[in-house]
Design a protein around this ligand. Sequence first.
Ligand code: CIR
Length: 254
Amino acid sequence: MNFKYAILRKPSKSLSGGLRSVDYGDPDYKLALVQHSAYILALQECGLEVTILEPLEEYPDSVFIEDVALCTPGGAIICKPGAGSRKGEEIHIVNAIRQHFQQPGIIISPGTVEAGDIMMAGKHFYIGLSQRTNREGAEQMIAALEKYGFSGSCIPLKGILHLKTGISYLENNNILCWKEMSLLPEFSQYNKLVVPDNEKYAANSVWINGTVLVPRGNPVSERLIKEHGYNTIALDMSEFRKLDGGLSCLSLRF
Ligand code: CIR
C-alpha cells in the first residue's frame, strides 16, 4: 500500500454550526484554519500531492471530507451521509473524485454510509453499522467493493460515532484501537496496539506510507506507535475534536 494523493476541504466559516455529541464549546475558526494548514503540510511531508477544495458554507461539517467518499486502489464510491444536516454534501465531492477515478460508484437511498465507518485493511474493508451507516448502505458498499476485487464485512457498533473513531489500521497487520475494539472477534487476527482510556482520541490516527499522524497530547499512544517502528507526526486537533472529528476525517487518501 502506498498513497499518492489526498483531497481536503478547507473549514467553512460556518464551522461552529457543526454536529457534536458533547458540548466542549464552539471551535475557533481561525485556529481551525491554522490546524488545518499544519495537517496539509504533514500530508505533503509524507509525500502526498494534495488537492484543497473550497469551503462549503452551507455544510458546516464539510471539512470532514472523509465521510462523503471512499477511495480505494480499485476505484471510488460516493457515500450517502446519514446525518440530516450532511445530506447532499456528497454531491460536492463528485468533480474532485472524477479527476482521479472514472465512473465512481454511488450509494443510493435508503442506504446511508459515511466513510468514517469504513476501515481498509489490505483487500478487506470493515464497515461499522452506526447511527450514520445502515445495513442497506453497507450492503451496497460491499457490492461495490466486490466489483473492485475487494471484500467487506459489517461490524455492529454502539456508543461510538464512526468505526474509525475507535480503530485505525496501521498496515503490517497492526491495528491501533480502544480496548473495547481489541476484544471484538472480528479483529482477532491482528496485532493490537491498545490506546489507554485517557487517550481514546488517539485511536483515530492515520498511517501514510510508513508515517503515522497522531493527535498531539497523547504521549502513551504516540510512544506505542513509535515502538512498533513507525515515524510519527503529532498534530494539534483541538478545534476539530470539539465537533467529534479526528485526524482521518480531514482527508481522503489514496
Ligand atoms: C459529524 O458529526 O458528522 C462531524 N461533526 C464529525 C465527523 C467526523 N468524521 C469522521 O469521523 N470520519
